[in-house]
Design a protein around this ligand. Structure first.
Ligand SMILES: [Zn+2]
Length: 296
């Protein structure tokens, strides 16, 4: 099987797009108050009314350094058969096998940044190792907003079973949690920017180098079809807050000529953003064209 890797050079930083799983979620829930007659034209639903979503991760590497970071851990593989069917999960398509296919040792990852702790973003943090739950990235510090961590542990969400202790508790007592308070330069050239709304502690990740930036939006803008102001998920804790965060993020990306990574978009995960009329439009990013990697 040939794998396609997209790699972007930002000065001394190299960013590679990796798959951390794939999931199907109810199309109605993914588009909130938007009528199906509108969203189904953009994202065709299957016979169960689900739409297909990617869970993209980023691998960040620094020239001349052993530091290696990941953005997002994806779905993971800790699911019973019933959930695998409901979410159309492929047990072989998650973080660890995909890192292995890319030739990356899990223990070589020093840092992982998550936008928030819902299961399709944090599920890959832990896995079942011979009947015992263990961190999947045993050395990686996990950078997350303190508010997100606390809300996750308190189950503060409108979506049932999306914050799961099995994804967090194996990290307790390891010293791996790094709980952040607002905007922060977590690693050289890697900054987090609070974008609350989907969850109260949601953050987006900004990677900069060589005068260029790339922004991983997270669920503030889950697919490129969620560009418009009213297109938000029924899962959002605060829809108006999410809209404001989306506008601020798109403004920043457009004004800085940055690349935007759209975490759940199946077809076009990396785009550019341009101001257009009162809002924005997305355009393909010509410098983020996939190149074929050697067969895995
Ligand atoms: Zn998500």
């Amino acid at each position: 099987m040939t794998r396609h890797a997209t790699t972007i050079e930002l000065g001394a930083l190299r960013v590679t797009l990796l798959s951390a799983g794939r999931i199907r979620l109810d199309g109605g829930a993914m588009f909130g108050v938007v009528p199906k007659a509108l969203w189904a034209r953009l994202c065709p639903a299957d016979e169960e009314n689900r739409i297909d979503l990617a869970c993209h991760s980023l691998l960040i590497e620094w020239q001349g350094s052993d530091r290696r970071a990941l953005v997002e851990a994806g779905t993971g593989n800790k699911y019973a058969e019933k959930e695998r069917v409901i979410f159309a999960l492929d047990p072989s398509d998650w973080l660890l096998p995909n890192l292995a296919a890319a030739g990356v040792e899990p223990a070589s990852i020093t840092d992982v940044l998550l936008t928030h702790l819902h299961f399709d973003h944090a599920g890959g943090l832990t896995h079942d190792a011979d009947g015992r739950l263990a961190p999947s990235l045993p050395r990686a510090r996990v950078h997350i907003q303190r508010r997100e961590h606390d809300d996750a542990r308190a189950g503060h969400t409108v979506m049932t079973l999306t914050y799961r202790e099995e994804n967090f508790s194996p990290l307790d007592g390891t010293g791996l949690w790094n709980l952040l308070e607002g905007e922060d330069e977590v690693l050289p050239g890697v900054r987090v920017m609070p974008t609350p709304g989907h969850t109260r502690g949601h953050q987006s990740i900004v990677v900069s180098g060589g005068g260029r930036s790339l922004v991983y939006a997270g669920d503030v803008l889950p697919t490129r079809h969620h560009l418009r102001p009213a297109y938000n998920m029924a899962f959002d804790l605060d829809p108006l807050g999410n809209r404001a965060a989306k506008q601020a993020l798109l403004t920043w990306v457009a004004d800085h000529g940055a690349l935007l990574v759209i975490g759940h978009d199946v077809d076009q995960p990396i785009v550019r953003v341009r101001r257009w009329r009162e809002w924005f439009e997305l355009e393909p990013a010509p410098d983020a064209v996939p190149e074929a990697a050697p067969a895995a």
